[in-house]
Design a binder for this molecule. Structure first.
Ligand code: ADE
Length: 231
């Protein structure tokens, strides 16, 4: 069983790389893939970089080149729904691209030719990830449901309100998850994702995000990954 551990940014993955005892670097598609073990389990850790295209490239390389059996994404997101606050954790049951719009040819948000606007994460893997979060971060407020992705950093209260009104079930917003979910759907590879809320995708998002990724994100990711792979 080979598990991919992915984050978008260095600050989110740094502490995960520190706990891999024997990782070897392999370069593919301009990315560094760290192949090693954690708790005796085979792991491939990689930074996807930011945005849906970078995420899709990374997911495809993980499946085609590294033969991973499952992909787990860990990182940060902006809180959207009421009560999804900084420091909370969001576990995705499904992903939607909030910037997908091929209307009027296809309904708003529908991914053309897939007949759907959202892709589910794998339920068993998601449950394992949720259990790992409970062990790693006891007392943390955990939300579970829809996460939306798009190629924009949402950094104004006005834009956040528009998203909340259009997609009231969306818990949080980020920039990669829906691409991973779609590629994993295409290849039939189980996928799960956890995001710590770094900001509220509002007028304070920029500063909140920068502070959070330096101070909290990596620690959270490493604790969750460690608990997830612990036998
Ligand atoms: N990731 C973390 N915060 C975000 C935001 N406000 N918008 C998009 N992606 C994010």
């Amino acid at each position: 069983m080979r598990t991919a551990i992915v984050s978008a940014m260095q600050q989110e993955l740094a502490a995960v790389l520190e706990i891999l005892p024997d990782e070897q670097k392999q370069v593919a598609g301009g990315r560094e893939f760290w192949v090693g073990h954690l708790h005796g389990q085979e792991v491939v850790a990689v930074l996807s970089r930011i945005g849906k295209v970078a995420a899709a490239t990374t997911a495809t390389a993980l499946v085609e080149r590294f033969g991973v059996d499952r992909i787990v994404f860990t990182g940060v997101a902006g809180g959207l729904a009421t009560g999804v606050n900084r420091g909370d954790v969001v576990i995705a049951d499904s992903f939607l691209q909030h910037d997908m719009d091929a209307s009027p040819i296809f309904p708003r948000y529908e991914v053309p030719l897939y007949g759907t606007d959202s892709f589910a994460t794998q339920p068993e893997l998601t449950e394992q990830l949720a259990a790992a979060v409970r062990r790693a971060l006891p007392g943390t407020h955990v939300h579970r449901g829809l996460v939306v992705s798009g190629d924009r950093f949402v950094s104004s209260s006005a834009e956040s309100r528009v998203l909340q009104a259009a997609l009231p079930q969306a818990l949080a917003v980020e920039m990669e998850g829906a691409a991973f979910a779609q590629v994993c759907h295409d290849y039939g590879v189980p996928f799960a994702a956890v995001r710590t809320v770094s900001d509220r995708a509002d007028d304070d998002a920029h500063g909140d995000f920068l502070q959070f990724i330096e101070q909290v994100a990596s620690r959270h990711s490493a604790a969750i990954v460690e608990a997830f792979l612990r036998p």
